[in-house]
Design a protein around this ligand. Structure first.
Ligand SMILES: *Cc1c(COP(=O)(O)O)cnc(C)c1O
Length: 431
């Protein structure tokens, strides 16, 4: 890939660098594992150049897209970048005064990625990077292995970019998400195994077939998209970094890259972020990272997931060690929630803030509640909880709720129902 000056983005990415041994590779290399020690690869930047290019004055004039902070994102080819994600990113940051009152948090904010474009989850951020990288490499097909939302994001962003998508789901897939992928034109394959087994098989398939996988072979680029949650949130708070982030973790990309993004905002002089703590939310039925943090141990024990929070059902989290480092170095913590607590938290968020989230978001709200009750979040602290996905895709997964009661279309009968609601609460609406 040789680019003329007008074909280059403003990206200040320089090299791939190993998370573990620090070995460096050229950015155009297509390996995704360190050739030395086999660990994952990160992306490094020329931060001095980025500081000069990212002066706040210039930022104000830029579009509110995923590419707003393009200096700190890894795509060099402007033609690839222009074809992906121009309407993604910049989700609302909402002051959750009503939910905050329930939790005893006066300054609770929600970073609402349940409204992310195009596919209603935080995965639109990471998959935007993967698809742009694919186009940069000249690829015409993309695969992914998905707990749910990677699939819908790949199907949607690949369709818009004119790329063929193959989505591999584990056997316990959520029907709404798999159907959405089909409707978006992707090939959907259900594998007879859980996510961790599917992930291993897809890795072998990617190597054997040469097809790029968004969250396997394109992973170093994919992961960078999650940093935009940190950039946007701090900008939306007026270049003030919150006291706390509470975030769900599955593989650990979101939380580890928000940590990286916060560090970068400090490096390029846009905000002071060192005091921000990161707290992790996981389901009790799949909480290998949270368990390790709470036990103050070092090694992450893989778990076999048993939870209705399918988006978070990764028992062997690839970025787990990075998450533990992010949490410990920032003085954060973790909390887990049972499935009933997750569904109660979904209902509480809905009834207080009018936001319908999926179980991953319920896990985050339930964890925020526990961390507040334990005094790990102070009543006046600025707390940002990341609502990472939309509940419309997962309504089929909710515990059985009865159908609304059917009554005659007559004002008199309807009036009796209203009296009943007022006296007995909303439960009366269900038969
Ligand atoms: C994937 C996902 C997560 C967790 O993301 P990781 O980066 O794998 O830790 C959280 N919430 C939702 C809705 C997701 O789809």
């Amino acid at each position: 890939m040789s680019l003329s000056a007008d074909q280059r983005t403003r990206s200040c990415a320089t090299e791939l660098v190993c998370h573990d041994c620090g070995r460096r590779l050229p950015l155009l290399d297509t390996t995704f594992k360190c050739l030395g020690c086999g660990q994952g690869l990160d992306i490094d930047y020329d931060y001095e150049l980025a500081t000069a290019r990212l002066a706040e004055r210039q930022l104000a004039e830029r579009p509110l897209s995923i590419w707003r902070f393009e200096e700190l994102l890894p795509i060099l080819d402007a033609r690839a970048q222009a074809r992906v994600g121009i309407d993604s990113g910049r989700t609302p940051l909402i002051h959750a005064d009503r939910l905050g009152a329930e939790l005893g948090l006066r300054n609770l904010y929600l970073k609402d990625d349940s409204t992310a474009r195009p596919s209603l989850s935080y995965k639109d951020r990471v998959v935007s990077m993967a698809v742009a990288r694919l186009l940069e490499l000249g690829g015409e097909e993309i695969g992914c292995v998905s707990t749910g939302n990677v699939g819908t994001a790949v199907a949607s962003l690949a369709a818009k970019a004119g790329v063929t998508a193959y989505v591999f789901y584990p056997s316990n897939l959520e029907r709404g998400k798999a159907r959405a992928c089909r409707a978006l034109g992707a090939a959907v394959i259900q594998l007879d195994g859980n996510y961790d087994e599917a992930n291993r098989a897809c890795r072998a398939l990617a190597l054997a077939s040469g097809i790029q996988f968004a969250n396997i072979t394109l992973r170093p680029f994919y992961a960078e998209g999650a940093k935009t949650v940190a950039y946007e949130t701090v900008e939306q708070l007026g270049w003030r970094s919150p006291d706390h982030f509470v975030m769900p973790a599955a593989g650990g990309t979101l939380s580890s890259r928000v940590h990286k993004g916060l560090g970068e905002l400090e490096k390029v002089g846009l905000a002071e972020t060192a005091a921000t703590k990161i707290h992790i939310a996981q389901p009790e039925g799949c909480g290998p990272i949270a368990t390790t943090i709470l036990a103050e141990s070092e090694e992450i024990e893989p778990q076999t997931p048993h939870t209705a929070a399918h988006s978070l059902a990764i028992g062997a989290p690839g970025d787990g060690p990075l998450v533990i480092d992010a949490v410990r170095s920032r003085g954060g913590s973790a909390a887990t929630a049972t499935d009933p607590e997750i569904f109660e938290a979904i209902d509480l968020l809905g009834a207080t803030e009018g936001i319908l989230t999926e179980p991953a978001g319920g896990t985050t709200v339930a964890a925020t509640m526990k961390l507040a009750a334990e005094g790990k979040l102070g009543p006046d602290d600025t707390v940002v909880a990341v609502i990472s996905g939309n509940g419309l895709k997962t309504l089929d997964e909710h515990p059985e709720k009865s159908w609304p009661a059917m009554v005659a279309c007559e004002a008199e009968v309807m009036g009796e129902m209203l009296t009943d609601f007022r006296q007995n609460g909303l439960g009366a609406a269900l038969s």
